[in-house]
Design a protein around this ligand. Structure first.
Ligand SMILES: Nc1ncnc2c1ncn2[C@@H]1O[C@H](COP(=O)(O)OP(=O)(O)OP(=O)(O)O)[C@@H](O)[C@H]1O
Length: 717
């Protein structure tokens, strides 16, 4: 957990435990709603939109089609945005206009002075961001709000301040730390904040601890992967006013008749990353949590929903269930993508899947060379599956100088912190990885989507995505890890040629520019070539490190990639590319085996090039040539059949394409297409090996709909 020593909250936060979850709120306004119209009173200086259901009916006319109107439903009012810079610069605040300075919250008697002092004096935050300016005052009135604002624009404080103040307004004693502490109880929780990931829940709890410092309001966390018992003991001992957690553990606590965790006077329910929490993966648990809370007819509470992305369906769900005074605050203009203008976005087309790792290493080396003490290189590299994260981490870790690895042009500086994070690690390791990366100056974090949303790592200079993300929202959230607050950052996307169509389809609306600076991206690994020394050097370095990776790890990545590329139409092209990866990058004599069940499930039946009937997950499969023992030895440097992968012997700048005849150089062939293996890779032969019944594991894309669900099951995500 975070501690004051590490530069986080001095308030002691406690984590507890695990799981269940929406028709979001009870329907509280008449249905069906009349079709409403949009009025537009847009401030020319503004690109903000602000809507209230109660105002919809008063709107009469015209104006362009709004988001919701286009959807055939209600209306939105376009209202003025604040203009913080000019007003704030002059130090003169309009007393009737939108609030843009935190100090004014106290001056207007809206927020208690000690709370404002904490924000302004202790946290050093004086001026509000747009989303804060547009929501805080409204939320203080107890309204339901769904707010959409760009990543890194302070949405957390936007909901924390009103949640805290409304609790204090309801029970002013809580402003006094002594009295508040004495009256705190786990059976009288006043606010619940739900986050889709454990790391984010912990981060929000730390932020809440900062804001509540100096008051008697107690903050606790409840996330999976931690001891439920210990968490409960802490909660009972210290009490809790604000509980921050993940859906599974919250549901578990609230539904447990012996937990003593209750919220009979709940004032606020916050859904951070609301669209994620309301999608199919989490919605059932959120629904169950709501059913465990007092009915809104009996106890009035507000619901606060925040995210950088708000798909239309989410808006519709929320509208259908929110209070009549519900507002939709949107600081991202309609049709505009919620990525920051300050993030240059580049894509690199790699010749094949086998070029991605060298291109990643080349990019990191290139950017590390440019770093200086004022701006150290700090990158998050996103992959679409946990196995890819693990493999990349294993390779990159070995590119750091050690007893066995002398520093060279192809190694990272010793000071570069390299760490992996994904849902299959223990919670303890995940927390340590996140903490370590947060504190590090120069660092590379290999990550699945567990860190894609909400995580506020300081000073991230680069977000690099390997492969096309699941959808455009995921792209937005990932690149939102950089350029936070007033910082700058850049985003890179490395994709193989086979994903080009997918890329154009999913990400066409983003301002991505082609980049051709990475030479390793375009090398044709199948042909002999004379390469510049530094290109050959990178290929050699990556090849040697790849050779040392156990075969089963590569086989897992192979299966995961098949899963994450399921939507690709060109199956034959996919298998060919995958087999090139296993051969030219990993030095495998033949592709990892797949059971017939897996092949069928993936829609690959009849596709040439598969190695069917051999599944390392099947313990009865003892055919020679497969499984860990053989293939572990089959990689790497120059074994006759093994290969060595990337340029393991391509010194002096020369770079030799593979040939099954010479079996050496870069990369060696290892019998691909040799008589021994021929026949295995055609579908007719494959059929003969069919019959394995188990569905292979390894399809572990951590995308919003599959893996987080399984992660949730596995580890209380
Ligand atoms: N008014 C402000 N002025 C300057 N910095 C702020 C302000 N409000 C919040 N911050 C800081 O900006 C950073 C990003 O805030 P936060 O994590 O709340 O962003 P977010 O909008 O929730 O992002 P995401 O969409 O990624 O979840 C934090 O470090 C926070 O302390």
């Amino acid at each position: 957990m975070f501690s004051a020593k590490r530069g986080f909250a001095s308030v002691k936060l406690n984590r507890c435990f695990s799981t269940r979850p929406i028709s979001i709120y009870p329907r509280s306004r008449p249905h069906p709603l009349p079709r409403l119209l949009t009025s537009a009173s847009r401030n020319p200086a503004s690109n903000l939109r602000f809507s209230t259901v109660s105002q919809w009916n008063q709107q009469a006319a015209a104006a362009p089609l709004s988001y919701s109107e286009a959807a055939g439903e209600e209306i939105q009012e376009q209202v003025q945005s604040p203009e913080p810079p000019s007003e704030v610069k002059g130090g003169v605040q309009r007393k009737d206009g939108p609030i843009t300075l935190f100090s004014e919250l106290a001056e207007r008697g809206l927020v208690s002075q000690p709370v404002v002092d904490t924000i302004v004096r202790d946290m050093g935050i004086k001026t509000m961001t747009q989303v804060q300016s547009l929501t805080i005052e409204e939320l203080l009135k107890g309204r339901d709000i769904l707010a959409q604002a760009r990543t890194g624009t302070g949405k957390t404080l936007a909901f924390l301040i009103p949640v805290l103040q409304n609790i204090i307004n309801n029970d002013p004693n809580l402003l006094d730390p002594r009295i508040g502490s004495k009256t705190a109880s786990s059976t009288d929780i006043r606010a619940i904040i739900i986050s889709p990931t454990r790391e984010l829940a912990e981060q929000i709890a730390v932020e809440t601890g900062k804001v509540t410092r100096g008051t008697g309001v107690k903050v606790m966390t409840a996330v999976g992967g931690t001891s439920k018992r210990e968490g409960l003991m802490r909660m009972r001992r210290h009490g809790c006013h604000i509980l921050v957690g993940t859906p599974g553990r919250l549901k578990d606590l609230l539904s447990d008749p012996y937990s003593d965790v209750r919220a009979p006077n709940l004032k606020a329910l916050v859904l951070d990353e609301a669209d994620r929490l309301l999608d199919q993966g989490f919605a059932p648990e959120i629904r169950e949590i709501q059913q465990l809370l007092p009915r809104r007819q009996d106890v009035d509470r507000q619901t606060l929903l925040f995210s950088a992305t708000v798909p239309r369906e989410v808006l519709q769900i929320v509208r259908a269930t929110a209070k009549p005074d519900f507002k939709f605050v949107q600081t991202v203009q309609e049709g505009e993508q919620a990525t920051h203008e300050r993030v240059p976005q580049r894509f690199v087309t790699c010749n094949g899947l086998e070029n991605q790792m060298p291109a990643l290493v080349e990019l990191c080396l290139q950017e590390l060379k440019k770093q200086d003490t004022d701006k150290p290189f700090k990158a998050i590299v996103y992959f679409n599956s946990t196995t890819e994260v693990a493999l990349a981490s294993a390779i990159l870790q070995q590119l750091k100088p050690s007893r066995d690895v002398p520093p060279s042009d192809y190694t990272f500086p010793r000071s570069t912190y390299i760490v992996e994070i994904h849902a299959k690690l223990s919670q303890d390791r995940r927390t340590r990885a996140a903490d370590g990366f947060r504190r590090a100056q120069s660092a590379i974090m290999l990550s699945s989507d567990v860190t894609a949303r909400g995580m506020d790592f300081p000073n991230v200079t680069h977000v690099i995505q390997v492969g096309v993300p699941t959808n455009d929202d995921q792209y937005v959230h990932r690149i939102g890890r950089t350029a936070r607050g007033d910082k700058n950052g850049e985003a890179w996307l490395l994709l193989p040629r086979i994903e080009a169509r997918d890329f154009r389809y999913k990400l066409s609306q983003f301002p991505l520019e082609a980049d051709h600076s990475l030479q390793t991206a375009t090398v044709n690994m199948k042909e002999e070539a004379q390469l510049p020394e530094h290109v050959a050097g990178i290929l050699r370095a990556v090849g040697e490190r790849t050779a040392a990776i156990p075969a089963h790890m590569k086989a897992d990545v192979y299966r995961a990639l098949l899963g994450t590329h399921q939507q690709l139409q060109d199956k034959a092209g996919l298998i060919k590319s995958m087999n090139d990866l296993t051969r030219y990058a990993w030095g495998m004599a033949e592709p990892p085996g797949l059971s017939m069940g897996t092949v069928v499930k993936l829609g690959l039946r009849g596709i040439p090039g598969l190695n069917i009937g051999i599944d390392r997950d099947n313990p009865t499969d003892v055919r020679p040539g497969f499984g860990r023992d053989r293939s572990a030895g089959g990689y790497g440097r120059g074994g006759g059949g093994g290969g060595g992968g990337y340029g393991s012997r391509s010194g002096q700048g020369s770079f030799r394409g593979s040939s099954s005849r010479d079996g050496g150089g870069y990369p060696s062939s290892g019998g691909f297409g040799s008589s021994r293996s021929s026949g295995r890779f055609d579908s007719s032969t494959s059929e003969r090996y069919g019959g394995a019944k188990r569905y292979s594991r390894g399809f572990d894309r951590e995308d919003p709909r599959s893996s987080e669900r399984s992660a949730q099951r596995d580890s209380g995500y």
